[in-house]
Design a protein around this ligand. Structure first.
Ligand SMILES: [Fe+2]
Length: 560
């Protein structure tokens, strides 16, 4: 069966394609449109579809729209507020429902040849859950979904067994842990449903001073759900203007909400485990991108293994909806084995693009070692390899790399990306060596947990150690990503450190680089010393070994 999954309702529009139970492509629209998060999450943008992501998915499998057996849409308008209902929260809510109901016609217009009867609506949180249950390969397992909101709920707790999900609890709006965190994000001067990870980073700078108050305001209800009272954040710290410096009170407020979120999640996980007795837990929904909370669940929660969907935001519901429908249609749904599900180019296409751009490049005999040399020499390297990542984390396909031994590299990378200096950058590490350096769940291929940096290592890799002594690591397995692993090995051979700084390849306010042109624009406009794109290496003039310096052992390829 050919099943195309679509997320279009709120933001992070995305498409995913599942063929005979195997995920063959998944991508977010922002990577094509270059508009961060794709579109605003307002009701009157609901008609907009991830057109370029859909077209990419079909092209990747060589399918025409008429060959689709189903289109799975990750929102069920039948469950939502109906037009004309008594709507207290948002007068536009009925419009969202109308647009979602008309999605088959919008899809038919975007995908000529598609039979609109093949469109199926999948409840938003069922789609989130499926993105973790089917994708993890855990069966049976318990599933916890937490986000800002779906149709009328903000949470789902369930048990997954034999490919079927049994919903055990669902928290109705307006109570929402995701929206609480969003409100705080806006209060602290950041962009809501976008910059929540900045709040998580800020939380490390203070103690949770207001915990007593928040234990009253936000409570698990003992029945698998929770209540969130109206919170007057200004009681604890005044609202911050965008870009304004935060005070200790702001950091204490961030720390408090973060801590209370962790406590409630532990409570919900405990309730769920008491009912299922499962060994494994899977997580999805935007709250599951909170790697500090995930780590606490792993460390202190009742489940042995915790698996988190790397595209846990709404983009991931495109994949979840497709996996859910593929199972309904009788396919044997296979687990997700990589997040590298986006666009990729072969060597010839990359060389053609570089020649068109008129840039000098070389093809080193050992690209991994050439990059390790630039890094060990304190250079910043843009690393563009294979297919782009699905989800918000760069995982060694569209990454910016640097030497973790120099603390100043944190500042340097935050400057490249126009980021606040209080935010950490993360390390990638050889999978087989991770346990020597980091304490936490291993392997950790998707950067969804924070790990404690072991004694003796903080001083050796200061650029990647956050103020609280943790690091959000990515483990790199040579069997899955041999080039990346070799680069880490060569870096270790030169420095005795099997760790490299990894942050996403983008400049300030832009989505992650996706295609070769984006990579060249980033390389040309940011202080990046080298670009490793496929087998090719571009060096900024003045970087040791730059084209024209005639370094032995390298074949220089002049621009056409
Ligand atoms: Fe969601």
């Amino acid at each position: 069966m050919n099943v195309l999954g679509i997320n279009a309702v709120f933001h992070d529009p995305a498409a995913a394609l599942v063929v005979d139970g195997v995920t063959v492509a998944a991508a977010e629209e922002e990577r094509f449109s270059r508009r961060k998060h794709g579109k605003p999450p307002v009701a009157f943008s609901t008609w907009e579809l991830p057109e370029q992501a859909m077209a990419f998915c079909l092209a990747e499998a060589g399918l025409a729209p008429e060959q689709l057996d189903a289109v799975a849409y990750s929102y069920d308008p039948a469950l939502a507020v109906q037009p004309g209902d008594d709507i207290t929260a948002d007068e536009w809510e009925g419009l969202r429902t109308l647009y979602a109901r008309r999605a088959p016609l919008f899809l038919k217009a975007s995908l000529p040849g598609l039979d609109p009867e093949r469109v199926r609506w999948v409840p938003h949180h069922v789609a989130h859950a499926a993105s973790a249950t089917f994708a993890s390969g855990f069966d049976p397992c318990s599933a916890l979904v937490l986000d800002g909101r779906g149709e009328r709920a903000s949470h789902l707790a369930g048990r997954f067994a034999g490919g079927e999900l049994e919903v055990l609890a669902a928290q109705a709006l307006p109570h929402s842990l995701g929206l609480l965190y969003e409100e705080l994000t806006a209060h602290l001067g950041f962009r809501r449903s976008s910059d929540e990870y900045k709040v998580m980073a800020m939380a490390s700078y203070a103690e949770p001073e207001f915990l007593d108050a928040f234990r009253e305001l936000v409570r698990a209800d003992g029945e698998g759900g929770f209540t969130v009272a109206d919170v007057e954040f200004a009681r604890f710290a005044p609202p911050l203007a965008p870009g304004a410096a935060f005070t200790p009170a702001h950091a204490a407020l961030a720390a408090t909400v973060q801590r209370r979120l962790e406590e409630v999640l532990l409570d919900l996980a405990g309730w769920l485990h008491a009912r299922t007795g499962d060994r494994d837990l899977v997580l999805a929904g935007g709250v599951a991108l909170n790697c500090v909370a995930n780590s606490r669940l792993w460390r202190e929660g009742p489940f042995e293994r915790v698996w988190v969907q790397p595209a846990s935001g709404d983009a991931g519901t495109a994949l979840g909806a497709a996996l859910h429908v593929a199972h309904e249609l009788g396919d044997d749904v296979r687990p997700m084995v990589t997040a590298a599900l986006g666009r990729g180019w072969d060597d010839e296409a990359l060389a053609a693009r570089l020649r068109t751009a008129g840039v000098a490049f070389e093809r080193p005999d050992d690209l991994a070692d050439a990059v390790a040399e630039v890094l060990a020499d304190d250079g910043v390297v843009a690393w563009f390899q294979g297919r782009s990542e699905y989800g918000p984390r760069a995982l060694g396909h569209r990454s910016l790399l640097a030497d973790p031994r120099r603390a100043a590299n944190l500042e340097k990378l935050n400057d490249v990306k126009g980021r606040e200096q209080f935010r950490p950058v993360a390390p990638m590490v050889l999978a087989g060596r991770a346990h020597e350096i980091f304490d936490g769940p291993l392997p950790s291929p998707y950067m969804l947990f924070t790990h404690r940096v072991r004694p003796g290592w903080e001083e050796r890799i200061p650029a990647v150690v956050h103020v609280d002594g943790t690091a959000r690591i990515q483990t790199v397995d040579a069997a899955e990503d041999p080039l990346l692993a070799r680069m880490l090995e060569r870096f270790e051979a030169r420095t005795s450190v099997p760790v490299v700084v990894n942050t996403s390849l983008n400049t300030a306010g832009r989505p992650m680089v996706d295609d070769p042109r984006d990579a060249l624009e980033c390389f040309g406009s940011a202080p990046v010393d080298a670009l490793a794109i496929g087998p090719f290496l571009l060096r900024r003039a003045g970087v040791p070994g730059a084209a024209g310096e005639g370094v032995a052992g390298r074949r220089s390829v002049a621009a056409a």
